[in-house]
Design a protein around this ligand. Structure first.
Ligand code: B12
Ligand code: SF4
Ligand code: SF4
Length: 309
């Protein structure tokens, strides 16, 4: 085995040891086709009020600008599919937000991974990212052979579905590269498009972020949700899982083994009445380590009022 192959195998073994479910590696290159797609998406205003999506365009489409000297993008998937789910009829919380905040959980795993790689291969330069950095994570996952981007825009893994977080580690270490996942197994299915409550899924794997329930309930900071969305939220209070729940590939989802993603009992048990009577003090206490804190108390109350009207 040559050095790049040895290092690649070692990184994949270490990632698995730290609990990542899948790991793929791709050459750090400018993403030409993605740059074009992202530019169109932004020009059409599909980012809505998510101004952060307009920033750092050049870095977002080119990892060698984000991490100078970068040679490789290591992409990692972490399953969050919960063993238990909310009972039917309660205000919906997207499954990714059932347990502890994934940013913290994954950041600490990335730090550990980086440290272990350095122990084995010497002092390399590299940075780990999850979600909030200008990295086109789904594109890297697909380029590293971890799955295909479905019509619902999500990265789907053939063995395990789409209930995965994606993280990347961009490094100057030269590695062996996995093949692009060239096939698309959506076939003639259009279930996600047919079932999206707000018609946010457009042809050509384009998601209009500004029409997605996840955007309105989590990212939109306005005091009110637009009137034209009235009656369309299907009882979703925080995020939305419809386009994943209806996806046939998620029949293969297995519960996560990450204990930090174990659902909060309040997420599973809260009824509409419990959410209504929740005080700001209790909200802060219960959701202090949860992704739900992103909307703040005000946001949750706004969302609740919206789905109840
Ligand atoms: C902004 C954002 C949102 C916005 C906008 C959604 C969107 N589709 O962009 C909102 C708030 C609506 C949102 C919602 C959700 N999000 Co979000 N979001 C992001 C974020 C921060 C950036 C995404 C982005 O770059 N959008 C811009 C558009 C243009 O990019 P894109 O949709 O990814 O499309 C690119 C590729 O798919 C590619 N592509 C697609 N088809 C094709 C075809 C060809 C030929 C080529 C070459 C390329 C290509 O081209 C596009 C440009 O590169 C990422 C984290 C990150 N840093 O990547 C998480 C991320 C995409 N979100 C995630 C999740 C879990 C969700 C939700 C499921 C949460 C929920 N349950 O409520 C929903 C799903 C909505 C959906 N159907 O997409 C996960 C997805 C995991 C996965 N398995 O795919 C990510 C990766 C976060 C993470 N680190 O795990 N999200
Ligand atoms: S998350 Fe919900 S609203 Fe957003 S695209 Fe998927 S089904 Fe539509
Ligand atoms: S629901 Fe069907 S069309 Fe949509 S992503 Fe899944 S397989 Fe593809």
């Amino acid at each position: 085995m040559n050095t790049t192959a040895k290092h690649s195998a070692l990184i994949k073994q270490t990632a698995a040891r730290l609990g990542f479910d899948h790991c793929g590696i791709s050459k750090a290159v400018f993403l030409n086709e993605d740059a074009r797609r992202l530019e169109t998406w932004l020009n059409k205003g599909m980012q809505g009020n998510m101004q952060y999506m307009e920033n750092y365009f050049d870095l977002r489409v080119d990892p060698t600008k984000l991490v100078p000297g970068a040679s490789s993008v290591i992409t990692l998937l972490l399953n969050y599919f919960p063993a238990e789910q909310q009972p039917e009829g309660s205000p919906g919380i997207a499954k990714y937000a059932y347990g502890e905040d994934y940013h913290e959980v994954i950041r600490s795993k990335l730090k550990e991974l980086m440290a272990l790689i350095k122990e084995d291969v010497g002092n390399i330069n590299g940075r780990g990212f999850v979600d909030s950095a200008p990295v086109l994570e789904r594109s890297w996952a697909q380029k590293s052979g971890l799955g295909w981007i479905g019509k619902n825009g999500n990265l789907i893994n053939k063995q395990a579905g789409s209930y995965f977080f994606i993280a990347t580690l961009i490094t100057d270490l030269l590695l062996d590269y996995d093949d692009d996942f060239a096939k698309d197994y959506c076939g003639t299915c259009t279930s996600c498009i047919d079932n999206c409550p707000t018609d946010a899924i457009l042809p050509g794997k384009v998601i209009d972020g500004s029409k997605c329930i996840s955007y309105f309930t989590i990212e939109l900071k306005d005091a009110l949700i637009p009137d034209n969305m009235k009656g369309k939220f299907d009882n979703w209070l925080f995020g939305c899982d419809v386009c994943q729940d209806v996806c046939p590939w998620n029949r293969f989802s297995k519960p996560t083994s990450e204990i930090k993603f174990k659902p909060l009992k309040e997420v599973l048990n809260f009824t509409s009445a419990d959410w209504e009577s929740l005080t700001e003090e209790s909200f802060k206490l219960i959701f202090k380590d949860s992704p739900i804190k992103r909307t703040k108390y005000k946001g949750i109350k706004r969302n609740l009022a919206f789905i109840q009207q």
